[in-house]
Design a protein around this ligand. Structure first.
Ligand SMILES: *[C@@H]1O[C@H](CO)[C@@H](O)[C@H](O)[C@H]1NC(C)=O
Ligand SMILES: *[C@@H]1O[C@H](CO)[C@@H](O)[C@H](O)[C@H]1NC(C)=O
Ligand SMILES: *[C@@H]1O[C@H](CO)[C@@H](O)[C@H](O)[C@H]1NC(C)=O
Ligand SMILES: *[C@@H]1O[C@H](CO)[C@@H](O)[C@H](O)[C@H]1NC(C)=O
Ligand SMILES: *[C@@H]1O[C@H](CO)[C@@H](O)[C@H](O)[C@H]1NC(C)=O
Ligand SMILES: *[C@@H]1O[C@H](CO)[C@@H](O)[C@H](O)[C@H]1NC(C)=O
Length: 609
């Protein structure tokens, strides 16, 4: 047994410890699950009935971001990020110490913060969950006292109430200037001195630590037991994870479980609101489903041709575009499109299907100068964005030659039951991928400004590509306003309609609307989808209302649909600051997509595990 002797606790501690006033140390009693002295059940309620308390947690390969740790501990990811000066989603190196602010309150006789945990495998016991998963923030005794399940009959998918040990300052601590208590997990090599040093900025000191735990010079303290550390100010830690580019980190897989609706629903049904919480649900879901890899394929047969033209005829924008694009002669386009035959026209548009040296492409005819779009597209190169391969100018008309998307626009597919759940999610992912590229990886960043299902094209594999960049704007500054408000009805963000404000969150709003169309199979303009989703997700009977909202022709996993709906809802928030950045949306969709793959396999195959 690892025993840490207290001989290094050299400082004299006030012997006037009021036994009733502080908390007794657990004294390794948490190891014997068959006996539950009340020190193992929690810290006794002896002062304020509730307060903010702090827990500590060391990152593990599974719980290594504020978002995942917040999920485990039922805490708030942005508060964890702030307390530790890190970003929400960047993974931390394993074993990084993190501070976790939580609300702490009396539940019968003991202080606790409630978390919940769904068992993942048959190997998990009450002891394992308390000591290993929750790093001694709970005890097997407290778990047994608060869960109905017999010790020997724990099964995967059971959800446990997990009381986490926390406490509020006693009157004597308050009088000494302490405002909160931190639950610290003792490690090998640590003692009261090193712990006090760690939190010295927040006013921790050795006598107060000893006093808080009713320890004295002769006491023995043990590794893997929690100690209370009284603090005068909010604790902060400097961690190594930095706030740089939000590289989405795929959540770590846990042991496989089969999808089961009731428990997950309970979990994700709790609490609604900020995007962060939604990410939590998404990541939680990913754990509940298995993680699977996707493979990206992209094949764009593109016409490549060179043709000289007098440069003097061209505007400046076009001139620079020539460096990267093919310039066609009108005759070549006529040959390719069968002289712009009606049979080559894509219904209801000025776009013609054509063949260029055996490659399929489309020619868009625009009776004006569109050097803006040419210039934008020229700088953009992404597999999820329709590629402009060349153009032609003839008597004031511009002909743009694009790669061909075999399956036309998403708008035309929305009402056909043939798009299955996985395809819809893949389309949403592809569009988010394209927007993420525009917002975060082009210089200057672009906003598309006109995202609609008509501008999302589908290739032969039903993968989406973003098209129509006529309204796209480069963002030289964070925020730009325009007096000239143009866009598609039902897709435009309120701040844009009201004030002409242009930010990337404008695209996020439109994207939310597109997701709602994918879920419901209904049109943005006709049904005010961004308003109805709020009603669907609030109040009672969310499950039934969501089923009513969903496309009746679609077979879908309800839990995932719920997550997507929540995400879409946060994207269409009236307040643009509430909308998540597209990078977060992409991360969540990638997780949902993997889960959907598993769902699909689970529904199409018989169980194999
Ligand atoms: C803790 O246990 C002791 C005896 O073992 C008992 O006297 C005391 O009332 C208990 N305290 C609480 C809060 O249950
Ligand atoms: C998390 O904390 C932040 C800052 O205190 C707050 O704005 C946000 O609403 C909280 N999120 C949730 C889901 O409670
Ligand atoms: C925590 O859970 C217990 C039951 O396990 C309950 O009595 C108590 O009210 C809960 N506390 C909070 C703050 O929800
Ligand atoms: C308790 O958990 C720690 C890791 O947090 C582990 O090293 C230790 O072996 C566990 N104790 C027991 C008795 O399993
Ligand atoms: C130190 O605390 C232990 C209980 O943890 C107690 O039995 C002992 O009498 C105390 N010693 C002194 C010197 O107060
Ligand atoms: C947070 O970390 C950054 C570096 O990542 C540092 O520049 C900044 O000063 C830190 N903030 C605080 C409050 O310590």
């Amino acid at each position: 047994m690892l025993v840490y002797s207290s001989h290094s606790f050299v400082h004299i501690v006030s012997l006037a410890v009021q036994a009733e006033a502080q908390q007794s140390y657990v004294n390794n009693k948490q190891l014997n699950c068959e006996q539950s002295p009340n020190t193992t059940l929690g810290f006794v309620c002896n002062a304020a009935t509730s307060c903010t308390a702090y827990l500590t947690f060391r990152s593990t390969p599974t719980y290594n971001t504020p978002v995942t740790i917040a999920y485990l501990l039922s805490a708030n990811a942005s508060q964890i990020a702030t307390a530790n000066n890190i970003s929400d989603l960047t993974p931390l190196p394993t074993d990084s110490l993190l501070i976790v602010p939580v609300p702490c309150s009396c539940s019968s006789s003991y202080y606790q913060h409630n978390a919940s945990y769904t068992l993942k495998s048959r190997d998990e016991t009450y002891f394992y969950v308390a000591n290993n998963t929750y790093q001694s923030l709970s005890t097997c005794q407290a778990l047994m006292a608060q869960n109905p399940y017999d010790l020997h009959h724990l099964l995967p998918k059971m959800t446990l109430a997990v009381p986490l040990r926390c406490a509020c300052p006693t009157p004597s601590q308050t009088a000494a200037g302490f405002t909160s208590l931190l639950t610290y997990l003792l490690r090998q090599g640590e003692d009261a001195n090193s712990i006090a040093a760690k939190f010295a900025d927040a006013g921790a000191d050795v006598p107060a630590i000893m006093n808080a735990n009713m320890l004295n010079q002769t006491s023995t303290i043990f590794y893997f037991t929690p100690l209370l550390v009284p603090l005068k100010t909010e604790p902060t830690l400097q961690n190594t994870n930095t706030n740089t580019t939000p590289t989405p980190s795929p959540p770590q897989p846990l042991p496989p479980t089969n999808p089961d609706s009731s428990h997950k629903w309970i979990f994700i049904g709790v609490g609604i609101g900020a995007a962060l919480l939604v990410i939590l649900s998404v990541i939680a879901l990913v754990w509940l489903f298995r993680h699977r890899r996707r493979s990206h394929k992209s094949s764009n047969p593109l016409p490549t041709e060179e043709a000289p033209l007098p440069l003097s005829e061209l505007s400046q924008g076009i001139r620079s575009a020539m460096e990267t694009l093919s310039l066609y002669k009108l005759e070549e386009l006529e040959i390719a499109t069968n002289s712009f035959a009606e049979s080559n026209r894509i219904a209801g548009s000025s776009v013609y299907h054509g063949w260029f040296n055996g490659n399929e492409a489309v020619v868009k005819v625009i009776k004006e100068d569109v050097s803006g779009e040419i210039n934008t597209l020229r700088q953009i190169n992404h597999s999820r964005i329709i590629r402009l391969s060349g153009f032609c100018l003839h008597q004031g008309t511009t002909y743009l030659v694009y790669e061909y998307a075999h399956n036309g626009s998403l708008k035309d597919w929305l009402h056909k039951p043939r798009l299955d759940w996985k395809q819809r999610l893949q389309i949403a992912y592809d569009v988010a991928d394209a927007l993420n590229y525009l917002h975060n990886f082009t210089n200057p960043p672009y906003i598309h400004k006109n995202l609609t299902t008509a501008n999302i094209l589908l290739d032969s594999n039903m993968r989406a590509k973003l098209a129509n960049f006529r309204l796209a704007r480069a963002l030289e500054f964070d925020k730009v306003t325009t007096r000239h408000v143009v866009g598609a009805q039902g897709y435009m963000a309120p701040e844009y309609i009201e004030t002409g404000l242009l930010t990337p969150k404008l695209d996020v709003f439109s994207f939310g609307v597109v997701m709602l169309e994918l879920l419901s199979g209904r049109e943005a303009a006709a049904d005010k989808l961004h308003e109805s989703i709020g009603l669907v997700l609030s109040g009672d009977n969310v499950r039934d209302k969501l089923q009513g909202f969903m496309d009746p022709n679609l077979d879908y996993p309800l839990e995932l649909a719920y997550s997507v709906a929540q995400f879409a809802h946060s994207c269409v928030a009236h307040n643009l600051d509430v909308r998540p950045p597209i990078s977060e949306v992409l991360l969540a969709l990638s997780a949902l997509l993997s889960s959907s793959t598993d769902w699909e396999e689970d529904t199409s195959l018989t169980f194999t595990d």
